[in-house]
Design a protein around this ligand. Structure first.
Ligand SMILES: [Zn+2]
Ligand SMILES: [Zn+2]
Length: 260
């Protein structure tokens, strides 16, 4: 039997929306901010326990994120959905692949299919180019699956009309790119200690929670602490926004580490 509880370490590798902050060419004050907490790579988290290291999503900043995190091995990548800001870094698994072989890729079968089209040379099995990395595609459904010796619970949601998975690792749950989530899925978050939720900006958005919607979900779930991620420069300066949040809610920032 595998266990459902472990001492986890979570590192926010990136906390920005699809363009990151600063946005290229932008003169918005938040994009010009000198505060390191206002600089956000594309969203991803590293989740670690015992000798296991996984990342959720693998966006265009993956290389820089792995250099920042100084990790030498990777147990696998768990994908929330197929959007480019969550997948574009897949080619850079090469160093891990050369170190220790094929990298397991977990995701909805639709997501794995999209990846195999976009990165056909990585998923190729016949006459594969020798310099290409290798992956082991592992389809997941909306039921618990095993990562190392830990049971992970998917949390199903909608990103406008696109299905997305959030994930619960023991006392930690990570939801990003969600706009709607059924009550039956919210129930899976019961008694979670740390909840991460996407919160794009104050104005409404068709496919992402805005700040108000993220806070409403947090109020329903009542975690000990919640962190907001997938943040647009339009949400405002990190330090200003954080002052307005409830006492148990914080803005995540790049390289933030949580141990639980
Ligand atoms: Zn996204
Ligand atoms: Zn998305």
């Amino acid at each position: 039997m595998f266990q459902t509880k472990h001492a986890l370490r979570v590192i926010f590798l990136g906390t920005g929306t699809s363009q990151g902050i600063p946005v290229i060419g932008s003169t918005h004050p938040v994009c010009l901010s000198e505060n390191p907490k206002d600089k956000r790579l594309r969203v991803s988290v590293l989740v670690e326990w015992n000798n296991y290291t996984y990342v959720i999503d693998c966006g265009p900043d993956f290389r820089q994120q792995m250099l920042n995190a100084k990790r030498t091995k990777l147990g696998g990548i768990v994908f929330t959905h197929e959007h480019t800001d969550h997948t574009a870094g897949l080619d850079d698994i090469r160093s891990f692949y050369f170190n220790h072989g094929d990298i397991p890729n977990y995701g909805h079968k639709r997501v794995l299919k999209a990846l195999s089209k976009r990165f056909d040379y990585i998923f190729e099995t016949v006459n594969k180019y020798a310099g290409a990395p290798g992956v082991i595609p592992i389809p997941i459904e909306n039921k618990p699956f095993r990562l190392g010796d830990l049971e992970v619970m998917p949390i199903n949601g909608l990103h406008h009309k696109l299905q997305v998975f959030g994930f619960r690792f023991g006392d930690f749950a990570y939801l990003t790119d969600m706009k709607t989530i059924k009550n039956s899925e919210i129930k899976k978050l019961k008694n979670v200690k740390i909840l991460v939720v996407n919160a794009l900006r104050e104005a409404e958005h068709i496919s992402h929670f805005n700040l108000e919607e993220a806070l409403a979900l947090i109020k329903k779930v009542q975690p000990e602490r919640a962190y907001l991620t997938h943040i647009s420069h339009m949400l405002g300066f990190h330090d200003d926004v954080e002052k307005k949040l409830p006492a148990n809610v914080f803005l995540a920032y790049d390289n933030l580490e949580i141990n639980l």
